[in-house]
Design a protein around this ligand. Structure first.
Ligand SMILES: Nc1ccn([C@@H]2O[C@H](COP(=O)(O)OP(=O)(O)OP(=O)(O)O)[C@@H](O)[C@H]2O)c(=O)n1
Ligand SMILES: C[C@](O)(CO)[C@H](O)COP(=O)(O)O
Length: 249
C-alpha cells in the first residue's frame, strides 16, 4: 500500500427530480429556463465553478435521466469536472440517497445542492467546502431571518384557524440554504440510519443532527435563494441581468 497522502476529493449531489408543484404547471422545475438556460444547467455550472469539485452527480426526474444527460452534453461545462446522471425518487431525501449511492470510492467531502438554487455564488460553495476540509462533519450556509416566525398548532378542521403556540427568538433563527457540505461517511451513515415518513427530511443537515453530530453554520448569500414560486423566477432573471450589467457575465 502506498504512503502517498491523497488530496481530498469533493463531489456534489444535485437533487433535481422534483416536479416544482409550487412553481405551477410546466416542465419539471429543474428544466425550466432562466434567460433561456435550464435552471439545472445554472446549478451545475455554479458547482463546477469551484476548482475543488471533481464530480457532479445530477439526480434527474425518474423518467427523465436520458433527457438530462442530453442537456448536460448540449451545454458547455468545465472539463476538469466529471458528470453523472441517475434517476431520482419520490422525495428529496430519497433522491439524495440515490445520488449518494452513485458516488465512486475515494470521495471524502460531499455537497448536496438543490437544482432549485441555481444562482449560488462560487465563494459560498468554496466556504462550505473549506469548512468541511477544516474538520466540520456538517456545514450549512445560512442567513438571518427577516420576518418574525411563529410556531403554530395545525387547524383542528380543514380551513379552520391555526393557533400560535410560540414565537421563537428571531435573533437565534437562521434560514438555511444549499450547498450543504458533509464528511462523506457521516452523510451516508445518516441516510442509511435515519428513517422518516411522509415528505422525509427537508434538508440533509437535519438528518445529521438526528445522529447527534454537530452542524456548523457559514454565511449564506442572498443570491442563493430557492426558486420555489413564480415570483422567484422573476427575481432570478433580475439577478442574472444585474450580473450581466455589472460583470459582463
Ligand atoms: N422527489 C424529489 C423532490 C425534490 N427534489 C429536488 O429537491 C430540491 C428542492 O426541492 P423543492 O424546491 O421543493 O423542489 P420541488 O419538489 O420540485 O418543488 P415543489 O415542492 O414545489 O413540488 C429541488 O432541486 C428538487 O428538484 C428531488 O430531487 N426529488
Ligand atoms: C434543503 C433546503 O433548500 C434548505 O432550505 C430546503 O429545506 C428544501 O426544501 P424543499 O421544500 O424541498 O424546497
Amino acid at each position: 500500500m502506498s504512503d502517498e497522502v491523497r488530496p481530498p476529493r469533493t463531489a456534489v449531489v444535485i437533487p433535481a427530480a422534483g416536479r416544482g408543484v409550487r412553481l405551477g404547471p410546466g416542465a419539471p422545475k429543474a428544466l425550466r429556463t432562466l434567460n433561456g438556460t435550464p435552471m439545472l444547467i445554472h446549478a451545475v455550472r455554479a458547482m463546477a465553478a469551484s476548482r475543488a469539485v471533481s464530480l457532479v452527480v445530477v439526480v434527474a426526474p425518474h423518467d427523465g435521466a436520458a433527457e438530462v444527460k442530453n442537456l448536460l452534453d448540449a451545454h458547455a461545462l468545465p472539463e476538469r469536472t466529471d458528470y453523472l446522471v441517475v434517476p431520482g425518487g419520490d422525495t428529496r431525501q430519497e433522491s439524495v440517497r440515490l445520488g449518494l449511492e452513485a458516488l465512486p470510492e475515494g470521495i471524502t467531502t460531499v455537497l448536496v445542492h438543490d437544482a432549485a438554487r441555481p444562482l449560488v455564488p462560487v465563494d459560498t460553495v468554496d466556504a462550505v467546502i473549506e469548512a468541511v476540509r477544516d474538520g466540520a462533519v456538517a456545514v450549512v450556509p445560512a442567513l438571518p431571518v427577516a420576518d418574525t416566525v411563529k410556531e403554530v398548532e395545525p387547524a383542528e378542521k380543514p380551513g379552520g384557524p391555526e393557533q400560535v403556540v410560540a414565537t421563537p427568538v428571531r435573533a437565534r433563527l437562521r434560514a438555511v440554504q444549499t450547498p450543504q457540505g458533509f464528511d462523506h461517511d457521516t452523510l451516508v451513515n445518516a441516510h442509511a440510519t435515519i428513517a422518516l415518513t411522509g415528505e422525509g427530511a427537508t434538508d440533509d443537515a437535519g438528518m445529521v443532527e438526528r445522529l447527534g453530530a454537530p452542524v456548523v453554520v457559514v454565511p449564506g448569500h442572498e443570491e442563493a435563494f430557492k426558486v420555489t414560486r413564480p415570483l422567484d423566477l422573476v427575481l432570478a432573471e433580475a439577478v442574472l441581468a444585474r450580473r450581466r450589467a455589472n460583470d459582463g457575465f
